[in-house]
Design a protein around this ligand. Structure first.
Ligand code: TMP
Ligand code: ASP
Length: 233
């Protein structure tokens, strides 16, 4: 029996027996949901890209919730109790980093920077530090440290993978949850919605949509083809 658990901006979450089914929708949003469109096959691209990249992480000692890709737009995953958090890893300055701290888009950071944000559209996802997470009862210090460690490891792996085809991973966002044994596991998705990916100045991520730079789906399709070719290496 399949039970609907929750419908978010870009995914429908269902429960089937001991597993969870994530169905990727064709919706694309920006500005905390203020900008919204439906683009044919967007969910199909993001589901398969997530499947390929999470399988790669699973095979390289970063445990994710991913179990199986059910074409065209569904992932079978392990159930997690999600932290209401976004964990961002940055290799280069861009987006909200430049807005907040200045500098130029694309400038290198000396070492990977990890930032935590509360997942709260109404408050525009405020940035928080580990003390907030403890104080607000969102995560223990040890869990936050683990999220940080896993995020950097996953990002280094994905950065090296994309680099094989000359693509630069600028930054990436993760979401985590606890499995039935209380372990911190990487969940949600990894797709052009959740990272910035560039090649010789060309944009292959949701910034194409955020900044109205053309048809985002052309780029998402190219990222899927890139991921398919990288996964067969
Ligand atoms: P930012 O520069 O806007 O903070 O974004 C950092 C990275 O996180 C970028 O790759 C886009 C991604 N991201 C999400 O996946 N969801 C979000 O809600 C936001 C704000 C950013
Ligand atoms: N994910 C956010 C939204 O859906 C914003 C973003 O990715 O830029 O509004």
């Amino acid at each position: 029996m399949v039970i609907l658990k929750y419908e978010g901006k870009t995914k429908v979450v269902k429960r089937e027996g001991g597993f969870v089914l994530l169905e990727f929708k064709d919706d694309i949003t920006a500005g905390d949901g203020l900008k919204h469109d439906v683009m044919e096959n967007k969910g199909v691209y993001c589901a398969e890209i997530t499947a390929i990249l999470m399988k790669y992480l699973n095979e390289n000692s970063v445990r994710t919730h991913f179990l199986e890709y059910i074409p065209p737009r569904t992932l079978k995953v392990i159930p997690l109790k999600m932290f209401p958090l976004e964990v961002v890893v940055r290799f280069k300055k861009a987006g909200s980093f430049v807005k907040r701290y200045g500098g130029t888009e694309g400038e290198d950071l000396e070492k990977p920077l990890v930032e935590f944000f509360l997942k709260d559209d109404a408050r525009h996802d405020p940035m928080v530090c580990v003390d907030h997470l403890e104080l607000l009862g969102i995560a223990e210090k040890k869990q936050a440290e683990e999220m940080k460690e896993i995020s950097v490891k996953a990002s280094e792996l994905l950065k090296s993978l994309f680099a094989k085809s000359g693509f630069e991973l600028w930054d990436i966002k993760y979401e985590f949850g606890l499995d039935s044994e209380g372990r911190v596991i990487l969940g949600d998705e990894i797709s052009p919605d959740t990272f910035r990916l560039r090649k010789r100045g060309e944009i292959f991520d949701k910034d194409v949509y955020r900044r109205d730079l053309g048809d985002p789906m052309e780029k998402y399709r190219e990222v899927l083809e890139l991921c398919r070719s990288l996964s067969s290496l």
